[in-house]
Write a protein that binds this ligand. Structure first.
Ligand SMILES: *[C@@H]1O[C@H](CO)[C@@H](O)[C@H](O)[C@H]1NC(C)=O
Length: 345
């Protein structure tokens, strides 16, 4: 674990967010005692001075070697929060090397504990304390934070409305054979774990047995030259979510070349699943901030479908009919361009 962390730290490439032109309207605040938090996950919040009524929330999860603070300054979400009036939660890893626990049975089980439960309860705190809209809770992350994003979509599908993954692995791919917490899994990292869509879907369903509701629509980014989490992982992520959504992972309905950037190929498998392969890009796939704002529905053009289009049966979720229209947003005159990336592991 220590040597792994060292390896990661030695190769950390942190690109500072260069689009930060305007000063933010508020500051990053730590929240303590937000609720049940078995592994002591830190909670940091960016709440603009002006938010919309019942604001949306983006949970933005850092990479190995990173921190909430580093992801706050190194990603464009706070700047967008000022523009669109949402709140950003930056969880802070409690683990040595600051990777996330995406390997233990606890973290991979609905209400089972682990880092995933702490993050889930940060969302609950934002809903009860800031009046956040439970139907517009989004999640994204880079590297280890991307792995956690897949895990949260699988373990807490009831909580998240949409997800975006920058260089991760399929939920459950890092599962430790010896029950290790925050354990590295080289076979998964090196792209040697291959399962069918049906096997992945069964694994995801086992993380929240009995759940019959919809899963969050998800975008998966990955670089073809990634030597930390090999590019085969994109294929496994696609198989996993295609299995969940009932799509064919081998037959995208649409393939868009040079989208959203030159050299990137976006494959659309259905309304709720897109894979974006970045040719020649390594482990740091720069955050595509404006694309993220579209997928999360803050900007027109390419929003994820409402989760309710899925197979919502039975469970009356607390996702209330109270969600107001997202109108108060101003036009994106000075939206940060492109994005930036920060990374590792
Ligand atoms: C790595 O994960 C795979 C499943 O994705 C599992 O079969 C394997 O046992 C794990 N390896 C270790 C060392 O835990």
């Amino acid at each position: 674990m220590a040597s792994f962390a060292r390896t990661l730290l030695s190769s950390i490439l942190l690109l500072l967010w260069s689009g930060l032109v305007a000063a933010l309207t508020s500051t990053l605040q730590q929240v303590t005692n937000y609720g049940t938090n078995p592994t002591n996950v830190g909670m940091f919040v960016y709440k603009p001075t002006t938010v919309t009524a019942n604001p949306a929330v983006i949970v933005a999860i850092h990479y190995c070697g990173g921190t909430a603070q580093a992801y706050f300054t190194g990603s464009p979400y706070a700047q967008y929060a000022d523009t669109y009036g949402f709140i950003v939660i930056y969880p802070n890893s409690p683990n040595s090397g600051t990777c996330w626990d995406v390997s233990s049975v606890a973290t991979l089980t609905h209400n089972g504990g682990g880092d995933s439960l702490g993050i889930r309860n940060q969302v609950a705190y934002a809903i009860s304390t800031y009046g956040a809209d439970p139907s517009r809770i989004f999640v994204t992350g880079t590297s280890s934070g991307a792995m956690m994003t897949n895990v949260l979509a699988a373990v807490y599908p009831d909580v998240f409305a949409a997800a975006i993954v920058y260089s991760g692995v399929a939920a459950g791919c890092f599962m430790s054979s010896f029950g290790g917490v925050d354990a590295w899994n080289s076979s998964c990292a090196e792209g040697l774990v291959s399962q069918t869509s049906a096997q992945w879907a069964a694994q995801v369903h086992a993380m929240y047995p009995g759940y019959t509701g919809a899963y969050p629509p998800i975008q998966e980014y990955h670089g073809t030259a990634d030597t930390t989490l090999y590019p085969e992982n994109l294929g496994e992520e696609i198989k996993e979510w295609a299995g969940i959504f009932g799509y064919n992972a081998a037959a995208p309905t649409q393939v868009l070349q040079n989208t959203p950037l030159s050299g990137y190929t976006k494959s659309i498998y259905g309304p709720a699943l897109q894979g974006i392969s970045a040719a020649g890009v390594g482990h740091t796939v720069p955050i595509q901030g404006n694309e993220d704002m579209k997928w999360f529905g803050f900007v027109a053009g390419g929003a994820a479908p409402p989760k309710s289009t899925g197979t919502s049966t039975g469970t009356t979720s607390t996702v209330g009919p109270t969600s107001p229209p997202t109108t108060t947003v101003s036009t994106p005159t000075s939206t940060p361009t492109g994005g930036h990336g920060a990374t590792l592991g």
